[in-house]
Design a protein around this ligand. Sequence first.
Ligand SMILES: Nc1ncnc2c1ncn2[C@@H]1O[C@H](COP(=O)(O)OP(=O)(O)O)[C@@H](O)[C@H]1O
Ligand SMILES: [Mg+2]
Length: 267
Amino acid sequence: MTKIMLCGRGGSGKSTVTAMMARYLAANGQNVLVVDADASSRGLAGLVGLKRPLRSLADELGGPEALTRKLGAYLGNSTALASRIHVDELPAACTSRRDCLALLEVGKAWPGGDDAGQILEELGRHVLGRLDDRNWWVLVDNEAGMDRYGASHRLTDAFLFVSDGSQPSLESAAFAARLFLEVEKPLLTLLNQVEPAAEETIVRRAKFLGVTVDAVIHADPALREAAEKGCPVPLQGDAAAAIRKILSRLEAVLNPSGRVRARSRFQ
Ligand SMILES: Nc1ncnc2c1ncn2[C@@H]1O[C@H](COP(=O)(O)OP(=O)(O)O)[C@@H](O)[C@H]1O
Ligand SMILES: [Mg+2]
């Protein structure tokens, strides 16, 4: 199982890129589970081209109050923590699935739930840590905020930082590069929503900050329109080429030489 966590500032395009990667992998015959771990956004299932699950995992476990009470015991159960779960064993009500594409909704923040973020994060990490299925990719679409990734690095094989061309976003990408170097986890960087005319300058600014850009997706009105209409993201043009490039780079970093196939599946 290959677990990839997407990170980056809010609005940089994490959900859009997650959906494109999921659709690209599925179109290439790969099994992919998308984990919606962003407590404060909704449209991911639509972008992936799936129905939203009936309820979230948090609701399945009894909703906000029960979760607040129960989670300590649930997480403290060492037998449960030690056991592995397969995608097929995830509760059906919180998983939407078609062919080789599946989506699990961890939970959404609730009114008055001061601890919601923390509880849902812990629940997300718990599931991610236990998921184990040989032939599946897992793509985790996260909230913004770098602080939480430190705690997730043991559960994740690689990170993909999505950055727009703004200075704050590039600075976050630089911070992420240093953080993941320290924990020795591969991190790729994808520049998103960049105007073609500005690309060269932005890539140079990124390099100056110590960020290596692995692929670029230009600003594309079709991607924005999909989000506005709640439709599946289109997989076309240079955006599709950038997704292919990211996936073959991920394959390369996750299978260091010797164990790699002669050719990437995503050439
Ligand atoms: N390459 C792109 N071109 C144009 N619009 C984009 C692109 N990538 C993302 N968007 C739009 O930017 C907004 C934020 O994207 P989203 O994926 O929701 O970001 P995040 O999940 O990081 O908050 C959405 O309206 C989305 O449609
Ligand atoms: Mg999002």
